[in-house]
Design a protein around this ligand. Structure first.
Ligand code: ADP
Length: 169
């Protein structure tokens, strides 16, 4: 059984086995959660991301996939980087956003992580509407078989927290 918990706050301040990063496909850092994770986690994370680019992901990490690195100075063992889809009003594929959560949990299982903290993937610069993103996140975690015992959604502001809380009610 996986327990879903909600926290309002900064994901880089969380203690968990794995912290999920809403990365971009370059794996070389960006704004939002990505920037915060690299700033707080220190250079070890970027060094491993650069090595992954050189070895496995020369064209970047594809949208919907996930890969783990060290968590550097964060209070976690691993950072799981996943690339959310950019929302387009003309048509966006919810299965790609669901895939971020599913693939991150698959990687977490491979690592043996029991507690995993997720941000609200794609809801920042990638513009996915919060309520829909929260529904996809919660439904996907609920329907994905995993040995992860706690999935903690870490929501940056009250609006995001309320959107996820509504899905759990
Ligand atoms: P994306 O590119 O996938 O949209 P962003 O990092 O721009 O990713 O935003 C994803 C979500 O994470 C947004 O809801 C944003 O408010 C939130 N966010 C930004 N910084 C943090 C942080 N330090 N901890 C948790 N959530 C954060």
């Amino acid at each position: 059984m996986t327990t879903i918990t909600l926290v309002q706050g900064d994901i880089t301040r969380q203690s968990a086995d794995a912290i999920v990063n809403a990365a971009n496909s370059s794996l070389l850092g960006g704004g939002g959660v990505d920037g915060a994770i690299h700033r707080s986690g220190g250079p070890a994370i970027l060094a491993e991301c650069q090595a992954l680019r050189a070895s496995r992901y020369g064209k970047g990490l594809p949208t919907g996939q996930a890969v783990a690195t060290t968590a550097g100075d964060l209070d976690a063992r691993w950072v799981i980087h996943t690339v959310g889809p950019v929302y387009q009003a003309s048509g966006s594929d919810p299965s790609l956003l669901a895939s971020c959560y599913r693939e991150s949990l698959r990687v977490a299982d491979e690592l043996g992580a029991r507690t995993v903290a997720f941000p609200a993937i794609s809801t920042g610069v990638y513009r996915w509407p919060m309520d829909d993103a929260a529904r996809i996140a919660v439904e996907t975690v609920r329907s994905t078989p995993t040995a992860v015992e706690e999935v903690r959604f870490v929501l940056f502001d009250e609006r995001a927290y309320e959107a996820f809380a509504a899905q759990l009610r």
